[in-house]
Design a binder for this molecule. Structure first.
Ligand SMILES: C[S@@+](CC[C@H](N)C(=O)[O-])C[C@H]1O[C@@H](n2cnc3c(N)ncnc32)[C@H](O)[C@@H]1O
Length: 369
């Protein structure tokens, strides 16, 4: 069976996600703001969850319709073949949001969606009481500009939860955003990567996993592994494929530096759990002694001030980084920050800039070649 699917991502990551999806065998890929739509069978659902680095989650798009009132919302949800997806004993929590629509009350819409599913399931399964004592099937809805989308989550905990980062520094970058930056920085299996503000190591760990072609989801479980309409073999086949695709002998190195010895310990543990410690090293060092080798690629997320509470120091550190890179020219540098005057503080205009979001914080990726 072929499903309509979609994967939300952070704004600015859409083209990276589109490219990643193409490699999974997904079909009819269409990009919208913060969302990529595609089609595929149960193997694509498994492959997308296991392999996508920049997506937040993978959803089955069950229906899309106009919903300017409660009746049309109810009818649109009721029309879905819920009996195929949700077994009689399943629990099916409903979550969603409304934006720029006539229907504005999320709890009211949640109630209508739930009621329509309950009525349809009672009819399709021929029972009066749905015990909701079994496995969980998570239903999501979105009502935007009066258009409703009804979805079934296949991921569970967001895809940024790779499983390797149990601890982090003060302001860690989200794994999915780090993966987007790694992609934009064109990290390859022979790259030399450096991060002078490495914190818990996220950017370098994502870089190493990309270089090794190691799927980010190999070590975790996904909600749809317990869905009855997706076969176990789809998951095991895709995990096997992803495991076989890992490159073990690559000429890749990454070095991370941070002034805080505690986060260096954390970064080492994270790299270990992520299975990349053979290629990634971490050192305690102040950025003022940062001396990257020529030919290396610098990817980094300097202190913002805003999040770490010290704007003046962040400005000063941007200047130090600028001077270190002037004295030690590298192949390229990709610096993500929320500082709108970063180029002034750093001392050089970027060759290219790209708007990205770190969670809710609008940032820019400054690219120097
Ligand atoms: C925004 S955080 C980086 C987060 C990292 N990308 C992660 O995912 O955990 C900035 C880091 O810069 C480090 N830092 C602050 N001042 C520094 C300095 N003078 N030299 C090196 N690192 C410094 C902080 O300890 C912090 O870990």
């Amino acid at each position: 069976m072929k499903y309509r699917l979609c994967a939300p991502c952070s704004f600015g990551s859409e083209s990276v996600l589109r490219f990643e999806l193409g490699k999974t065998g997904a079909e009819n890929i269409v990009v919208k703001d913060g969302m990529v739509y595609f089609e595929g069978d149960e193997n694509i659902i498994a492959a997308a969850n296991i392999n996508l680095r920049s997506a937040e989650r993978v959803l089955i798009l069950l229906a899309e319709f106009e919903a300017a009132d409660f009746d049309s919302l109810f009818d649109g949800v009721y029309a879905i073949d819920w009996g195929y997806f949700i077994p009689a004993d399943a629990a099916f929590p409903v979550k969603g949001h409304c934006l720029s629509s006539i229907l504005t009350s999320v709890p009211a819409c949640q109630g209508i969606v739930k009621k329509a599913i309950v009525e349809k399931l009672r009819k399709q399964h021929g029972i009066n009481i749905l015990p909701e004592s079994g496995r969980q099937y998570k239903v999501r809805f979105s009502i935007m500009k009066n258009k409703a989308q009804i979805m079934l989550d296949t991921t569970g905990d967001g895809l940024h939860k790779r499983g390797y980062r149990r601890q982090s520094g003060l302001a860690p970058i989200k794994e999915t955003l780090a993966a987007t930056i790694v992609d934009l920085a064109r990290i390859r299996e022979n790259s030399r990567v450096m991060d002078p503000f490495c914190g818990s190591g996220t950017l370098l760990i994502e870089a190493a996993q990309k270089a090794m072609n190691m799927a980010p989801g190999l070590k975790r479980r996904f909600l749809a592994q317990q869905y009855q309409f997706i076969s176990r073999s789809a998951w095991s086949q895709e995990k096997e494929k992803a495991t076989a695709a890992i490159r073990k002998d690559i000429d890749f190195t990454a070095n991370g530096f941070d002034i805080d010895p505690m986060v260096i310990d954390t970064a080492k543990r994270n790299a270990d759990r992520a299975g990349v410690s053979k290629y990634v090293r971490f050192w305690q060092a102040d950025v003022k002694s940062f001396s990257p080798a020529a030919g290396s690629v610098v990817i980094t997320n300097p202190p913002y001030g805003e999040r770490l509470g010290d704007a003046a120091r962040a400005v000063q550190l941007a200047g130090v980084l600028g001077r270190r890179l002037e004295q030690n020219p590298v192949k390229s540098a990709y610096i993500i920050t929320a500082d709108p005057d970063f180029e002034t503080h750093f001392g050089k205009k970027a060759a290219k800039r790209r708007k990205l979001y770190n969670g809710m914080i609008p940032c820019q990726l400054y690219m120097y070649y």
